[in-house]
Design a protein around this ligand. Sequence first.
Ligand SMILES: NC(=O)c1ccc[n+]([C@@H]2O[C@H](COP(=O)([O-])OP(=O)(O)OC[C@H]3O[C@@H](n4cnc5c(N)ncnc54)[C@H](O)[C@@H]3O)[C@@H](O)[C@H]2O)c1
Length: 258
Amino acid sequence: MVLVAFWINTGDMSNRLNGLTAIISGGARGQGAAEARRFIEEGAYVVIADVLAAEGRSLAAELGDNAEFKHLDVTDEENWALVVKDLVKSGRKLDVLVNNAGVLLFDRLTRTSREEFERIMDVNCTGVFLGMRAVVAEMKKQEGGSIINISSVAGLQGVGFQFSYSVSKWAVRGMTKSAAHELARYNIRVNSVHPGLIDTAMLDQFEGEGMSIPDSLIPLGRRAVATEVADLVLWLASEESSYCTGSEFVIDGGLSMA
Ligand SMILES: NC(=O)c1ccc[n+]([C@@H]2O[C@H](COP(=O)([O-])OP(=O)(O)OC[C@H]3O[C@@H](n4cnc5c(N)ncnc54)[C@H](O)[C@@H]3O)[C@@H](O)[C@H]2O)c1
């Protein structure tokens, strides 16, 4: 009887990321938090790295022993170095980086100040560059890893009313391909994810500023929930995507299809 119960429990357990360690930037809420939950369900250890300390700590506490919160401003090289150093010091290896942190701005080329443009590029673009650069040495040591950079459908198309954001997300797409070329020989895979409208605080900001894309314009007729993106990111983190690198993964209900 005891044996049967053990078998049933083991059969129910998921372990697609068993034994892997992941850093998720911007992991305190929204899509990053959904990814942290999903990764832990599948056996990973997750560093929730964010500037939002209260949300990040409370999520880590809720997720238990396989999660920890670390303060990380993605624009700060020293923050990145410390997050990686602490992981290594704790005896863990580093298998997955999700460069998920991002900020949105509604602007137009002709009405954007240099400061605003640089702020968006700093978080969305330089933050991704610094994150990739910070983890590569550890991933090389263990002869492999998966880096997932969160871009947007705004990194696939021109968007007139999100000038800086769109530029930054195209840069993420380009950086992904250049990094994938350089790192393939070390078995480090680098891919970008391009979400459409996902129900998070960022979408609230979008709609709060009077922007809206009616569901009727989305071929699947609805926006997505964050767990749908998390499932795609989970697949890219796992060995199930072992032959994918330098690729774009679009998850937008058909919004950007020609
Ligand atoms: N929600 C959407 O519709 C949508 C669509 C396409 C792409 N995206 C992208 O998905 C990613 C996740 O966004 P979300 O929808 O979960 O929004 P969100 O605003 O809920 O989450 C963004 C997270 O990034 C963190 N962050 C911001 N600046 C940071 C910094 N300097 N250092 C560390 N963390 C920082 C925030 O604290 C927050 O936790 C972003 O890159 C965003 O651009 C979102």
